[in-house]
Design a protein around this ligand. Structure first.
Ligand code: AMP
Length: 129
């Protein structure tokens, strides 16, 4: 179910629980700023999530509040994971949902990395555009 709006950080969200080690994940990468793991419900042959270690709901929240080193570290991790996955040549899509219109389900910032097949158009087309 999508989050109902972009609100304050909820320490009970599933990615906060993964970061605290309360529930497992299929970890791919970890450093001081970021954790990357396989999505539990993959929508492409490669579907990985990269999350910052800090308590941020969305990209806007992260880029407004995080120190510059944390922002740089997180985005370096996104790039490093895509490279490590061997997706640079074939290509991939990186996507971050935020808020109800995007259907964000987990209110902790995460970047999806999709790859492993041609990914089709960026968005589902609707009559209204
Ligand atoms: P979003 O809709 O952008 O908030 O994406 C949330 C993603 O988290 C979905 O693709 C879910 O399949 C994924 N997800 C939810 N719970 C877990 C979990 N425990 N481990 C890995 N991925 C998860």
């Amino acid at each position: 179910m999508a989050v109902s709006g972009i609100g304050p950080y909820d320490d009970g969200n599933i990615f906060a629980r993964i970061l605290r080690g309360e529930i497992p994940c299929r970890k791919l990468f970890e450093d001081e700023h970021a954790l990357a793991f396989h999505d539990i419900n993959p929508q492409a042959p490669v579907h990985v999530l990269v999350i910052p270690k800090g308590r941020y709901v969305s990209l806007a929240d992260f880029t407004a509040r995080a120190p510059a080193g944390e922002i740089a570290g997180f985005f370096r991790a996104v790039g490093a994971v895509a490279r490590e996955l061997g997706l640079e040549e074939s290509g991939y899509r990186a996507l971050a949902n935020a808020g109800p219109d995007s259907h964000q389900e987990v209110p902790h910032l995460h970047v999806h990395i999709f790859g492993g097949r041609p990914l089709g158009p960026m968005l589902v087309r609707r009559a209204e555009g």
